[in-house]
Write a protein that binds this ligand. Sequence first.
Ligand code: NAD
Length: 348
Amino acid sequence: MAGELVVVAGGGGFIGGHLAADLMRQGFRVRSVDRKPMDEWYQVHNDAENLVADLNGIDACRQACQGADQVYQLAADMGGMGFIETHKAECMLSVLINTHMLMAARDAGVQKFFYSSSACVYNGDKQVDEDVVALKEEDAYPALPEDGYGWEKLFSERMCRHFREDYGMYTRVARYHNVYGPFGTWEGGREKAPAAMCRKVIEAKLTGDHSIEIWGDGKQTRSFMYIDDCVNGSQKIMHSDSIEPLNLGSNELVTINGLVDIVEDIAGIKLDRKYNLDAPKGVNGRNSDNTLIENEIGWSPSIRLRDGMEKTYKWIYDEHMKKYNGKVPQREAAPKGAHVGKKATAAS
Ligand code: NAD
């Protein structure tokens, strides 16, 4: 209801910044909380209450949840494959944020709690072929999630379940499949494929070196959800009767090569592709089966990849110009991938 106080944990991040903006447009009072200094937030909304706090600690979580009616828990240490395959402990430490936010929200009498889980919870054995069968919610078990990041997400999903069952808390969980759009990470090592491809194509244009490095063989398949669909779907899940985790993603499947085709087309350029088979590439194929969310809450994605990528490319181009004024900085080489050439296993 308009006027209610809604906490967006991770509000300085990509999805949190967009969600906070949308909630304020609807008349909610918003408290955005993030660990980063405010000049690093992707969006700072002056009409929101903006709080810099490290939500690993219970005291900060209590401060964040005080007087709140709803909580969207989006704060996490995360990034694209280049980050999560090389920072597993850091990813797992987000369990502190989720544990403490659940405890603080319970104790503060928060009415509704939303948790942003991930498609990385799905069993690796179901994602071995590029020729994918889209992932259904039941495919998370038996558990064999992405090492590190995925295990933490699956564990925290279950904490939401048990806080609901044992303490009567209202919890809802979305399993986001790759989200992209403006006001997100596009350089620095945590960026995901859509933003990374935009940046690489922009830099190829600027330098005149018309080549592009692709992680893996480019045949990996994925789906990518535009941020507006994510913001809308998250709120639908929050206010739905669906107590089990729901996929929130696009089902427009594309290969990484196909994604590069799209960005090349937007930029009006053709590049020579160099495949780095040692770099992190994630699972071979992943798509979202949206049957359950369509049936339960009537949500489906509305923005085509080509259209969303056009907006994203333009935003990254403008950011690049603002920051580097047409020059291209030295970029670090790709890290080595953890699961190259083999499927993710519990021990790998
Ligand atoms: P993001 O990195 O842009 O935002 C996360 C924010 O959390 C960051 O601003 C970060 O500073 C903040 N944060 C990290 N640790 C914190 C702490 N201890 N205290 C306070 N703030 C802290 O990421 P995003 O893309 O906006 O993702 C939001 C959520 O959605 C995350 O939980 C992520 O795991 C999940 N998710 C995202 C995607 C995607 O494609 N973007 C896919 C699946 C799941």
